[in-house]
Design a protein around this ligand. Structure first.
Ligand code: NAD
Ligand code: UDX
Length: 464
């Protein structure tokens, strides 16, 4: 089966970059990415390709090449579904904020809406692909919705979780460690659908890196991979606290440990805590699933990864307060970096939000600078927590467009995202413009401590 038309529902951090790369690599397939968010689609279609809604290194060039040729962005979801042979569902699956499973389970309402819309619109057979990260066995629910519409359309449901990380999305898509495709491989039609998707990826990815499994393994592998990655960060962050009280240095520990080929060097960078839209939500989802099966020990084991992460964010904020003589009330604290990691404009679950919220509880005055995040986003992130009123946030928090301005006359600077440009700042000039003693808290171990102390900073870094 040769695919000619693809529809992707959801033009977000996954749908946008993933489809752009498929469009670039497969110019003979027409791809329409659809979304109900009109502003987002308008931004994807902006004449100036630098205004696309997602910042990822290398992405705008690919969009420039493919957009209008075989890559289209639209709000007409029905039309794109109707035309497609293959439909990717790439909508958000956040943690539920209400009802059963509140604060833990994945909210599948957007997924279900997609399934119902496909069922309503489709007139011919379709391959439907779960690109979103979903609880294991979601495909059974999707199938149930799709198969019970009585219009005779036949669906094949595949799971094809996405492993890209933000900030490196384009590279991850061009050269993935693996692509995972789960399908009904015991049936001829199921295998045919799997092959159709394999053929697309095989255009640029070596066959041996394209894994095929049954649907449940594929769904569960995605949650497992994220849980394992996040667990490494929480493990090294746990050690960072022990390092601080023993004179060990977590950078040295992580290098020594990571040299063991059984452990490996990646994801051992101690930090102010992991953020991002995936780790927390996917582990909570895993915890919830385990609980629903009565596997309480399994649930508790994974929940500890989150507990450790919350602790790490809180203890960093506490360290600031304690160091500033137990009060930050009315003191100006500059936050450098708001995104949850460098090279992205995404702020979901960013540690900066929680550290700032804690400092606001202590009545600090906050000044934020991030190279890719704007003022409204910072306010929206803080307002979403619901701990401080919109007025208080706007009164106490300023968002400026340069690090020099943000740090001027500050009592303390906290580096919360590892943007490269923070290494290149004129730290002497920053020191000169700050109140003394000038405190510098490095939540990313980004800066070279010795030279900062030489300038005169009271320098504190996670894990040493
Ligand atoms: P996102 O919020 O950036 O994008 C989702 C988009 O779907 C939004 O623009 C929303 O308007 C749209 N949408 C929701 N319901 C819709 C509907 N019924 N019809 C049309 N559009 C609809 O989310 P994301 O970061 O792209 O994540 C999408 C999925 O991919 C999630 O399940 C996530 O867990 C998973 N994932 C994300 C990442 C990542 O790094 N962000 C990586 C791997 C997997
Ligand atoms: C993650 C997974 O890596 C990716 O495979 C999956 O598809 C989606 O979720 P993402 O959240 O985009 O990707 O970024 P990632 O690089 O995993 O970083 C997550 C958080 O962990 C960031 O806040 C990052 O700063 C932090 N982190 C990561 C550390 O604190 N230390 C590390 O060593 C690695």
């Amino acid at each position: 089966m040769k695919i000619k038309n693809i529809c992707c529902i959801g033009a977000g951090y996954v749908g946008g970059p993933t489809m752009a790369v498929i469009a670039q690599k497969c110019p003979d397939i027409d791809i329409t990415v659809v979304d109900i968010n009109e502003n987002r689609i308008a931004a994807w279609n902006d004449e100036d390709v630098e205004n696309i809604p997602i910042y990822e290194p290398g992405l705008s060039d690919i969009v420039k090449e493919a957009r209008g040729r075989n890559l289209f962005f639209s709000t007409d979801v029905d039309a794109a579904i109707d035309k497609a042979d293959m439909i990717f569902i790439s909508v958000n699956t956040p943690t539920k904020t209400y009802g059963i499973g509140k604060g833990m389970a994945a909210d599948l309402k957007y997924i279900e809406l997609c399934a119902r819309q496909i069922a309503r619109v489709a007139k011919d057979d379709k391959i439907v692909i779960e690109k979103s990260t979903l609880p294991v066995r979601t495909a059974a629910a999707l199938k149930n919705i799709l198969d019970n519409t009585g219009n005779g359309v036949k669906y094949q449901i595949l799971s094809n979780p996405e492993f890209l990380a933000e900030g490196t999305a384009v590279q991850d898509l061009l050269n993935p460690d693996r692509v995972l495709i789960g399908g009904d491989i015991d049936t001829e039609k199921g295998q045919e659908a799997v092959n159709a998707l394999v053929d697309i990826y095989a255009t640029w990815i070596p066959q041996e890196n394209i894994l095929t499994t049954n649907v449940w393994s594929s769904e569960l592998s995605k949650l497992t991979a994220n849980a394992f990655l996040a667990q490494r960060v929480s493990s090294i962050n746990a050690m960072s606290e022990l390092c601080e009280v023993t004179g060990a240095d977590v950078g040295e520990v992580s290098r020594a440990v990571g040299k063991d080929s059984r452990i490996g060097p990646k994801f051992l960078q101690a930090s102010v805590g992991f953020g991002g839209s995936c780790f927390q939500k996917d582990i909570l989802n895993l915890v919830y699933i385990s609980k629903t099966f009565g596997l309480n020990e399994v649930a508790d084991y994974w929940e500890q990864v989150i507990i450790m992460n919350d602790h790490q964010k809180r203890r960093f904020a506490e360290k600031i307060v304690k160091t500033l003589y137990n009060t930050v009330a009315g003191k100006k604290i500059a936050i450098l970096g708001w995104a949850f990691k460098k090279d992205t404009n995404d702020t979901r679950e960013s540690a900066a939000i929680y550290v700032t919220d804690y400092l606001l509880n202590e009545q600090a005055d906050i000044v934020v600078y991030d190279p890719k995040v704007n003022k409204e986003q910072v306010f929206a992130d803080l307002e979403y927590l619901g701990t401080h009123s919109s007025e208080e946030i706007r009164e106490r928090v300023q968002v400026l467009t340069s690090a020099m301005d943000a740090t001027r006359e500050a009592h303390a600077v906290a580096v919360l995202t590892e943007w490269d440009e923070f290494q290149e700042l004129n730290w002497q000039k920053i020191y000169d413009s700050m109140l003394k003693p000038a405190f510098l808290f490095d939540g990313r171990r980004l800066l070279e401590g010795k030279s900062k102390r030489k300038i005169g900073f009271e320098y504190y870094s996670i894990g040493s």
